[in-house]
Structures are given as structure tokens and as C-alpha cells.
Design a binder for this molecule. Structure first.
Ligand SMILES: CC(C)(COP(=O)(O)OP(=O)(O)OC[C@H]1O[C@@H](n2cnc3c(N)ncnc32)[C@H](O)[C@@H]1OP(=O)(O)O)[C@@H](O)C(=O)NCCC(=O)NCCS
Length: 188
């Protein structure tokens, strides 16, 4: 049976909208969040800059961005993205962000990422997805390992922050590993 590939138990994958820009701009004022999210120098963005950034992401070939929202509402709970897809190899990068600390630790990250993986494997028919995470981000590491990602390598001392260097860890997930652990199908 063909189901709704966007719909989960509590969350749904939706398009980013203009109303998300102020929310994302708020997330981008949080220097702790930015330092978990990527290796770029943390730098706050105003709403216009945020809108330009989202537009630039949208134009990148092989990029699929989603807002994860509650089934019955429009709140932006998580931003999830597949990017850098190499179609000839059916391989892509994934990322996830829950910018509001009050929304973390409630299982939303796991559900949003499962929805993104289902999209990657069942809709885009990718074979492999991968990501990097900093060694000082135990919450994200726990999430990825819980979803079956395999620790494949370490970019040793790749990131310098607060006077120390930190590892950046590469995780990958193959289609067969996802199939073995997924336990879900799109909702009818
Ligand atoms: C990483 C992130 C997506 C996780 O989402 P979340 O909704 O907080 O995670 P969940 O509630 O789904 O928890 C998933 C697992 O991680 C564990 N976990 C979550 N936060 C944790 C923390 N800070 N320390 C240790 N474990 C943590 C949970 O206990 C759960 O494991 P369990 O089922 O064994 O108990 C979210 O915290 C976030 O967006 N952080 C800021 C940006 C970021 O780090 N992005 C990832 C960059 S690589």
C-alpha cells in the first residue's frame, strides 16, 4: 500500500514557509546552537540574511529541505535537510536542527530524522546517507547511533573552539541497515 511519506506519528514534513524565517533567524542568534550545528564561524543572521541563506540553500542542486511540524499545527519544530546528493552513487548528506532548546529531548529529533531517512530511502531511493558531528555533541551522537548510523571515521582535531581542538566524526547509514531497523512504513 502506498502511504503518505511525509506523515509520522507526531510530526509531518512540510515546505519551509515565509513564517519560518523569523523563527530560523531566532535560532541563528544562539551561539551555542550554531556551534553544534556546523563548523562555520558562529555569526548571527537577521531575518533578511536568513531569508537569503534559505534561498541559497534552496537553489543548491540535490538539496531537499523540510520543516518538521506537528500533525495538527504549523510550528517549526525541526529543520531537516538532505543535500549534496550524488545521484550517480545514490548518496547524500543529511542534517537536522531543533533550534529551541525547550523542544529538545522529547523524541522530536528521532522522529524528524526517521521521516527524513524514510524520504531518502523510499522516495529518493538513495543507497547511502552520511553526516558529520562534533565530538562535543553527545545528544546528536546518541540520536544517530540510536537510528542505526555506523561510526565510520574521525576527522581528528578538525574543529577549534574555546581553546581546544575537537574531533569531527563521520557517520553513515546504508539502505540495508535502515531496512533492518526501520520498523515503520508510510502511514496510509
Ligand atoms: C541533536 C538533536 C537533533 C537531537 O534531537 P532531540 O529531539 O533533542 O533528540 P531526541 O529527544 O529524539 O533523543 C534522541 C536520543 O538522544 C538522547 N539525547 C538527546 N539529547 C541528549 C543529550 N544532550 N545528551 C545525551 N543524550 C541525549 C535521548 O535520550 C535519546 O536517546 P534514548 O532514546 O536512548 O533516550 C537536537 O538536540 C538539536 O537539534 N540540537 C542542536 C543542533 C544540533 O546539534 N544538530 C545536529 C548537528 S550534527
Amino acid at each position: 500500500m502506498i502511504g503518505d511519506v511525509f506523515r509520522g506519528e507526531r510530526l509531518r514534513l512540510a515546505a519551509l514557509s515565509a513564517a519560518d524565517i523569523p523563527v530560523l533567524a531566532r535560532w541563528w542568534q544562539d551561539g551555542a546552537f550554531l556551534r553544534l550545528f556546523d563548523a562555520d564561524p558562529a555569526h548571527p543572521l537577521n531575518e533578511q540574511q536568513m531569508a537569503e541563506k534559505v534561498e541559497a540553500w534552496r537553489k543548491e542542486p540535490g538539496t531537499f529541505m523540510f520543516a518538521a511540524r506537528p500533525l495538527d499545527g504549523d510550528e517549526l519544530i525541526a529543520f531537516v535537510e538532505l543535500d549534496g546528493i550524488l545521484w550517480s552513487q545514490r548518496m547524500g548528506w543529511i542534517s537536522i536542527a531543533i533550534g529551541d532548546p525547550a523542544r529538545r529531548g522529547q523524541g522530536y529529533g528521532a522522529e524528524a530524522l526517521r521521516l527524513l531517512l524514510r524520504y531518502a530511502f523510499d522516495e529518493l531511493n538513495l543507497y547511502r546517507v552520511q553526516l558529520t558531528v562534533f565530538s562535543y555533541n553527545p545528544g546528536a551522537i546518541r540520536l544517530y547511533e540510536k537510528l542505526g548510523f555506523v561510526r565510520e571515521g574521525v576527522f581528528r582535531e578538525a574543529v577549534h573552539r574555546d581553546g581546544a581542538r575537537h574531533d569531527m566524526i563521520l557517520y553513515g547509514l546504508l539502505r540495508r541497515e535502515w531496512e533492518a531497523t526501520r520498523g515503520d512504513r508510510p502511514s496510509p
